[in-house]
Design a protein. Structure first.
Lengths: 107, 580
């Protein structure tokens, strides 16, 4: 009886030891993973800053281009450029279609 | 014993150290907690203010009338300035005035130099702003000077691709008492809250090098950029009216002038110009009295251009018909101690109502007023919207003046029929005239047709208003005004504008005297023409007004050519085939 009890105790102790070891390994590995991920994330802060600077630079360039487009496509600029290349204001307008009469005078 | 005393001494030392630590911790965490929190906050966190972009203003085609462009705030870190303040002020002033202004005004240069020097001289200041919203070119030039202590911070500024086109309509962006951007006059003023947006804030955890920590604490108040306005303004129409207005003012020597074009069916303002004007990008360089928009902010006595409105009342009330004859038009009319005459002292007995308008006969209009009665006329004037704001979406709108009924004496009622003794704004005039053009409805003029918010578009529905006239009355009066255009001896011969004789155009000219300290100035006039085309299906309504034309006093001679030239170009622009 005593031997069986001893055996059971040994088995129980082994199981507990195994379970505790598994828990410890999980905790350790998760901690290591967290450290790795956090470290990776923190060092990415540098990349984030660079990307944000690049984004700001591109937005600013976009702004400048939009301003240039607005300047070049302004109606006053178009008028000036048209004059420079020889366009003139039409002196007479000829309408190709005329409205149909409501009634015709026939003989 | 010796062992005990050493133990006691060491223990005492440890206890003392322990209490010293507690005391220091108490000092940091309790007595100086606020200061330490701030230091910790600054050490661990970085906070950015993200300024909202002010909304743009676009024309009806969604091309920009007002945009934002990159500008810079020039500041000085006074502790690092190591050059002569006078020299710095002079160099900077030369660049700013040359780059951002015509550079011809020596006074402007001198005052800018003094202003900058005074700022640099500020006592007990470390950081001072020297100039706001300088251009990129100016910034590059200042950088080349290599003056230690100067720095730049980006700040957006307004950019006007069309220069000073429609300046009065747009308004400008200045500063409020707190130094923040604020819109004044025109659309910038009326829609300031919508255009302004809301600044955002970003608070981020940072590392020792100042770089953001991705998994760190982040607080953000999102920036809300200002809304963009899509107006009803057509740039081509605007260009046309500015061209002819400038030419006309020069030719007739007018002190100032305005032209407005409106769609009479919807109330959409297609173009509006006034001169003298100003450059909204450099509004500081101009006198304050130029900022006011004459379309809504100036009142004037309309003169004969109000006669069709009065006639419409009599037609609607069936007091007259187009062929009703005036039995009191053979000579001047006496009202109490006053005598009312025609503008040229010529009289035509038994004029028809159509002829009263053709000849712009004051005595004929007084007869119409008699038939109408002053109470009915007054009620119609209020119905037409005179004496109150039209509700147009522009800042600083005036109401004009209509004499109250109990103060409308017989002479006042008589003079009102030919547009004296009543004060109106231009926008009130075009709103009233549109009733004739659109078949009888009192539409509400407006400038903004759409508001764009992030990715959403909000359409502004036109207010088509209530019916003032029957459709038949409006049509009849429109035809009477065609006669005025074609047959009036007063009108600028429109045959001088090629092609116009193939169209039916309804119009009326007017010449009003200018009141001066209780009487009328005999030497100065306001010349106007108002009309719409084509008569059967009006596409546009135009009001031209010239103040104090010196070459000739009459509206038909001065505002008339401007009106018909604009009409011709607009008929071509809209591709409207000749009707006749």
């Amino acid at each position: 009886m005593k031997n069986i009890e001893k055996e059971n105790k040994k088995k129980y102790f082994k199981k507990t030891k195994l379970f505790a070891s598994l828990i410890a390994i999980c905790i350790l590995s998760l901690s290591i993973i967290q450290i790795i991920v956090t470290n990776h994330g923190i060092s990415s802060g540098d990349n984030v800053t660079k990307l944000e600077e690049e984004k700001d630079r591109l937005l600013e360039e976009n702004d400048k281009l939009e301003t240039q487009i607005a300047k070049f496509t302004s109606i006053k600029n178009i008028k000036e450029q048209a004059k420079k290349i020889g366009f003139i204001e039409a002196s007479s307008i000829v309408y190709l279609s005329t409205p149909l009469p409501v009634a015709l005078n026939t003989r | 014993m010796e062992k005990n005393s050493r133990l006691i001494i060491i223990t005492s030392i440890f206890v003392l150290i322990f209490f010293a630590i507690i005391a220091k911790l108490f000092q940091w965490q309790v007595l100086n907690s606020e200061k330490m929190s701030i230091l910790a906050e600054n050490q661990h966190f970085i906070t950015f203010q993200i300024p909202a972009l002010r909304g743009e203003i676009l024309d009806e085609d969604k091309t920009p009338l007002v945009k934002n462009e990159v500008g810079y705030l020039l500041y000085a870190n006074l502790k690092n300035i190591n050059q002569s303040k006078e020299k710095i002020a002079r160099e900077i002033a030369k660049i700013i005035i040359n780059k951002d202004s015509d550079g011809k005004n020596k006074d402007l240069l001198m005052s800018e130099e003094i202003r900058i020097k005074n700022i640099i001289d500020t006592k007990d200041a470390i950081w001072v702003p020297l100039a706001h919203k300088i251009s990129v070119e100016a910034k590059n030039q200042i950088e080349k000077l290599n003056i230690k202590g100067l720095g730049f911070e980006e700040e957006k500024k307004r950019f006007y691709p069309e220069g000073s086109m429609s300046a009065h309509l747009l308004g400008f962006v200045g500063k409020d008492i707190n130094g923040n951007d604020k819109g004044y006059f025109g659309l910038e003023g009326y829609y300031d809250l919508q255009l302004r947006g809301k600044d955002g804030k970003l608070r981020q955890e940072k590392d020792a090098f100042g770089r953001p920590i991705i998994f760190g604490e982040t607080d953000e108040i999102k920036t809300k950029n200002g809304r963009t306005l899509v107006t009803t303004i057509d740039k081509s129409v605007q260009l046309i009216i500015e061209k002819y207005l400038k030419e006309g003012m020069e030719k007739w020597g007018a002190k100032s002038g305005s032209v407005t074009v409106m769609d009479p069916k919807s109330g959409a303002i297609l173009g509006t110009a006034s001169f003298p004007s100003y450059d909204p990008a450099k509004f500081d360089d101009y006198k304050n009295n130029l900022y006011e928009n004459p379309l809504v902010g100036e009142t004037f006595e309309p003169g004969s251009i109000i006669k069709p409105i009065i006639m419409s009342m009599a037609l609607q009330e069936k007091k007259v018909k187009p062929n009703t004859r005036c039995p009191k038009c053979s000579g001047p009319r006496r009202i109490g101690e006053y005598e009312i005459s025609t503008f040229n002292n010529q009289y035509h007995p038994n004029l028809t109502m159509t002829e009263v308008l053709e000849n712009s006969d004051n005595t004929g209009m007084v007869y119409v007023g008699d038939l109408l009665g002053k109470e009915t006329m007054y009620n119609y004037l209020i119905k037409y919207g005179f004496g109150e704001q039209t509700g147009i979406d522009l800042e600083e709108e005036e109401t004009g003046t209509v004499k109250p009924l109990d103060k409308l004496y017989p002479i006042d009622a008589a003079t009102t029929t030919f547009g004296q003794g009543i004060a109106v704004t231009q926008v009130q005039m075009i709103k009233a005239f549109a009733v004739i053009a659109n078949g009888g409805y009192l539409i509400k003029p407006y400038v903004v047709q759409k508001i764009i918010d992030q990715n959403r578009e909000i359409n502004v529905k036109p207010d088509l208003g209530k019916r003032i006239l029957n459709n038949e009355v409006a049509k009849v009066l429109s035809e009477m005004l065609v006669n005025v255009t074609n047959k009036s001896p007063l009108h600028f011969p429109r045959d001088l504008v090629p092609g116009l004789n193939k169209y039916k155009i309804s119009s009326k000219s007017g010449t009003a005297q200018i009141p001066l300290f209780g009487h009328y100035d005999p030497t100065k006039t306001i010349g106007s023409v108002v009309g719409f085309a084509p008569t059967e299906n009006p596409k546009f309504l135009i009001l031209v007004r010239l103040i104090e034309p010196t070459a000739r006093p009459w509206g038909s001679d001065t505002a008339g050519p401007i009106f018909f030239n604009i009409t011709k170009d607009l008929l071509t622009y809209y591709g409207i085939n000749p009707e006749l």
